[in-house]
Design a protein around this ligand. Sequence first.
Ligand SMILES: *Cc1c(COP(=O)(O)O)cnc(C)c1O
Length: 367
Amino acid sequence: MTVPITLDDLPIRDDLRGRSPYGAPQLDVAVRLNTNENSFPVPERVVEAIATAVGAQLRQLNRYPDRDAVALRIDLAGYLGHDLTAAGVWAANGSNEVQQQLLQVFAGPGRVALGFTPAYSMHPLLALGTGTRWIDGRRGPDFALTATDAAAQVAADQPDLVFLCSPNNPTGTALDPAVITAVLDAAPGIVVVDEAYAEFARAGTPSALTLLSAHPRLVVTRTMSKAFGFAGGRLGYLAAHPAVVDAVQLVRLPYHLSALTQAAARAALAHRDALLGSVRVIMEQRDRIVADLRRLGLTVADSDANFVLFAVGGDQRRVWRALLERGVLVRDVGLTGWLRVTAGTPEETDAFLAAMTELAALTEPAR
Ligand SMILES: *Cc1c(COP(=O)(O)O)cnc(C)c1O
């Protein structure tokens, strides 16, 4: 008998053969602006509150946690507002897990999911993992998505689940709510709006939460990974009609959300003013990056998020490497001619903009 020694020797599913796992480089660089994390560490008094809350759970770790995470869902509903209650909110280990659960219950083998590329690269990967056929929807030349075009594509392909991303990653721009309602009208199934960056949206950008009461097939996913600076805590959630929450419970693993996660997230939510204090600073840095890159002559996408997509012309890998050589790690999202940079602290912006100014000679504005 031969001993399997590589992935290729193992009897994995045919549809997973030759695929690579999700992975942004985790490099040890001074200025890391590649995964849209919140650069501001958890404030000391919030650290203490989380430690106390988690500590109180330790003696009961012999018991399973609250399977339905009710107290946490009440807190999340209170944070979201819009007359939401715990019945219309569901939480899991990151919004990635929430979206996986949505695909498990509303898509899966024999069913189809559609998203408008470029968007969050995890959406097609989650579809793959759940055996869902994926369709790449198209955007306009400047990454724009109009209501008419989006609705026409959805009507033609009849997907069981549509992913919209607003503000969109990697472009940064929020969707006009008219696009969301047009897709809801055209879609036969579930419409998921990924609002991971909602807290960073520019003034006057309404959340899809405002559409929930009129649209029972709409699901809005949110996360504590970005604005809350709680990426390591792994807490994502959704808001939807209570029937959607009932549906998701059919596929969630029992006790999926540990007692420690629930306690830590509740303590973080109780201190949301302190945690969300960084949002304004980050938005200022975001706007500064957009303005300064435009001043350097680059084409830059409008951003409602904590990152900026900018055109470097030609081969983006060359600029990515040149920035790395200057101690700044940004993200090559695989879009020819474009790079994405996270907005963090003022010092990180200084370093990034100084490096970009140096590199201006290497770059040329996109057509
Ligand atoms: C970062 C990000 C998330 C966050 O995923 P979590 O699992 O909640 O950490 C979700 N959606 C998009 C578009 C993102 O960029």
